[in-house]
Design a binder for this molecule. Structure first.
Ligand code: ADP
Ligand code: MG
Length: 505
């Protein structure tokens, strides 16, 4: 265990600890900090389990938290500009857009939607982005730094859970559960930052809705369409956003389309390119959609012919997309690696912004035939050096990475023509600290690693370039996991929602 994080965790007597566990469970249950158990759903009832949380917030350097928050608007701008620049994407992603099966599907949808485009095509897009960071410690004399794990432009989950967990930890502080660890319990804990992720996302969706309404002059019943996965365990992260849209004054209607084989039958295009949604509710038949918010469709398995058609229909319509297909493509790790090349970054941003972004990257390599690619291949195939790297395909949703010494054998077993679809990223050496996690996996007390995700929203108009209309940092996610586990999977019960305990080191 390193000694970077020196603050003492609160100490609990047995009865105090029991009271904390009971309070956390009740708070979670009563605030929807849960995962739905879909397999056991009955017609008349359903079960849920509590999502993993940290019983006590874990330390995070205040300066790096503030830095992450400052970077959000620059990252928003960068990824909005990349999504506007089809020429840059095509010339830099090159063969990847043909060879990577999923990228090829998305690129094909993009090309088809361009061909079928009418004058009513929507130029405004909303991005809901989350940039994930970890603290990096070299172990030498260099100061701690903030390094990006990945940048998500698609279906960024966790903002609602993180908001609830932050509220919960602040409540536990006020209720005296942590003594004076975070300051005087009679006062708000300035060492536990508030999180307004739910409001921020809803404001972003409402801004995109307003932009649509004002540019199309459409009927008042138009609303936001949440495109969601069937048998979704994570409704508690999505539904509160819908409820909050309906609760606005005036309400923003929020509709829900399950992205399964039947999805296509519920959507159609109107004469002016408007996206029309036929819900099962007679009162909501044929509603115009202002904003399509995709929380499904990030997995290759989801794209049979009918769902490719549905995605194409969304793209061709005049609805604002969250995200557009081009913005979706930018979530791929291949784009993150490309942006770590200084000339690529300079294509989009001014020098001072480039420097800020550049300092948050770990070294990344392609595994293609280029000079950098050959360097990457050598590092990846050598058992010694491979230990310092993570191999990543351009897939979402966790569980696809290959870590350290397992990389050479993995690549040997994969066809060489597929290697260029992967990127190689140096491991972030994050300092551990003693943590206390609780999930359906059980109670865990031991060394933990934490990851900070900064959530941003960005509204832009693609014209000749990219005109940014709104650019906000709206919240954050903070998750901790046992050090011994590679994946931050919340669904598997390893990653636990947490709050950063801001410390001055
Ligand atoms: P995804 O979430 O799309 O599966 P990530 O890039 O976020 O892919 O990787 C998954 C997890 O692997 C991260 O949450 C983090 O715990 C770990 N990880 C990824 N990249 C690194 C890295 N460079 N150094 C250390 N851990 C990493
Ligand atoms: Mg991730």
């Amino acid at each position: 265990m390193n000694t970077l994080f020196r603050k003492k965790q609160p100490q609990f007597s047995d009865s105090h600890f029991d009271a904390l566990v009971a309070s956390v469970k009740d708070y979670q249950l009563t605030h929807g900090s849960i995962l739905k158990i879909v397999r056991q759903e009955e017609f008349h009832t359903v079960q849920a389990r509590l999502i993993g949380v940290s019983l006590v917030p874990n330390q995070f350097p205040r300066s790096l938290f503030e830095r992450a928050v400052q970077l959000a608007s620059i990252y928003n701008e960068l990824y909005a500009k990349a999504a506007c620049d089809e020429t840059w994407l095509e010339s830099n992603l090159g063969d990847f857009l043909r060879n990577d099966v999923f990228a090829a599907i998305l690129w094909d949808i993009h090309l088809k939607s361009k061909r079928g485009r009418s004058g009513s095509t929507q130029r405004i897009s909303l991005g809901i982005f989350r940039s994930d960071f970890m603290v990096h410690a070299t172990g030498g004399q260099e100061p701690l730094s903030l390094k990006q794990v990945e940048f998500n432009t698609f279906s960024c989950a966790g903002a609602t859970h993180a908001n609830i967990a932050a509220d919960m930890h602040r409540h536990m502080h006020s209720a005296g559960m942590y003594g004076d660890t975070f300051g005087d319990p009679a006062r708000p804990p300035d060492r536990l930052p508030p999180n307004r992720g739910i409001k921020g996302l809803v404001d972003g969706l409402a801004a995109a809705h307003s932009a649509y309404m004002s540019t199309t002059g459409c009927s008042a019943t138009a609303g936001v369409l949440f495109v969601v996965q069937p048998n979704n365990v994570n409704i508690a992260d999505e539904r509160p956003l819908e409820y909050a849209l309906w609760a606005r004054d005036p309400p923003v209607p929020a509709y829900r389309l399950v992205f399964d084989e039947q999805a296509l039958q519920q959507v159609s295009l109107g004469p002016a390119g408007e996206l029309l949604f036929n819900s099962d509710l007679p009162s909501h038949a044929s509603r115009e959609i202002s904003v399509v918010y995709l929380r499904a469709g990030y997995d290759l398995e989801e794209y049979d012919e009918s769902r490719k058609q549905a995605r194409l229909l969304f793209e061709q319509s005049r609805a604002v997309k969250v995200p557009s297909v081009l913005s979706h493509i930018t979530t791929m790790k291949k784009v993150q690696q490309l942006l770590s090349v200084p000339e690529c970054l300079e294509h989009f941003l001014e020098p001072d912004k480039c420097a800020a972004i550049y300092s948050s990257f770990m070294p990344m390599y392609p595994l293609d035939e280029s000079e950098q690619g050959k360097l990457g291949r050598n590092l990846a195939m050598d058992t010694e050096s491979a230990g310092n790297y993570v191999l990543k395909p351009s897939l979402e949703g966790g569980g696809h990475n290959v870590y350290g010494k397992a990389i050479p054998a993995f690549l040997e077993g994969a066809p060489e023509e597929d290697w260029s679809n992967y990127i190689l990223m140096e491991k972030i050496r994050s300092p551990t600290q003693q943590g206390l996690l609780m999930s359906f996996q059980g109670l865990y007390e031991g060394p933990v690693l934490s990851e900070l995700g900064v959530v941003g929203t960005c509204v832009w108009r693609s014209c000749d370039g990219c005109e940014i209309l709104e650019n906000e940092q709206v919240g954050w996610t903070f998750k901790s996991k046992p050090e011994s586990v590679e994946e931050m999977s919340v669904v598997k019960g390893y990653g636990c929602f947490d709050s950063p305990w801001l410390v001055d080191l």
